[in-house]
Design a protein. Structure first.
Length: 161
């Protein structure tokens, strides 16, 4: 039998579930490393997905609690797009993916796990990254611990200023 380790999952399984929206973050940056927040802009921020589809799965979300793309103010929408572009550049530079999935699911029926607060997904992909595991075992393999990925990416986001 093969064993796949995902030690961060136990925190979620046994830990308390937040009553508040996980995308509504405090104004201060004192919890950013714990929350895996990589960058704070004026209207939006970049955060790592704590339960990623693939290694270095990032999200861009506005600070303001909105549930639809059409609810974003122009400056929020522009900063979201700017941050999506920066995320793609940084992921290409640091992890050299063969491709990237980027998108937004609006509403629960569209597949959004947290429909009340929009968030854009940026998922790097490599040829053969999930191999047969996802098909036969319904298992994903994340090759690097979340903290290591955060430590690799953080200096690149700090350089954005």
């Amino acid at each position: 039998m093969n064993v796949l380790w995902a030690p961060w999952r136990m925190d979620y399984i046994l830990g308390p579930k937040p009553d508040e929206c996980v995308f509504c973050v405090p104004d201060h940056d004192g919890e950013d490393a714990e929350r895996f927040i990589l960058y704070r802009g004026v209207y939006c921020y970049v955060i790592m997905n704590r339960y990623p589809y693939n290694n270095a799965h990032l999200m861009v979300t506005p600070y303001r609690h909105v549930n639809c793309l059409t609810s974003l103010a122009p400056e929020e929408a522009h900063e979201c797009m700017d941050l999506l572009q920066r995320c793609v550049e940084i992921l290409q530079d640091v992890f050299k993916p063969h491709g990237i999935n980027a998108g937004l699911n609006l509403g629960e029926a569209a597949g959004s796990g947290i429909a009340a607060h929009i968030h854009f997904q940026i998922v790097p992909r490599w040829n053969g990254d999930n191999s047969y595991m996802a098909v036969f075992s319904e298992t994903r393999v994340i090759p690097e611990h979340l903290r290591s990925t955060y430590d690799h990416l953080k200096p690149h986001f700090d350089a954005l200023g």
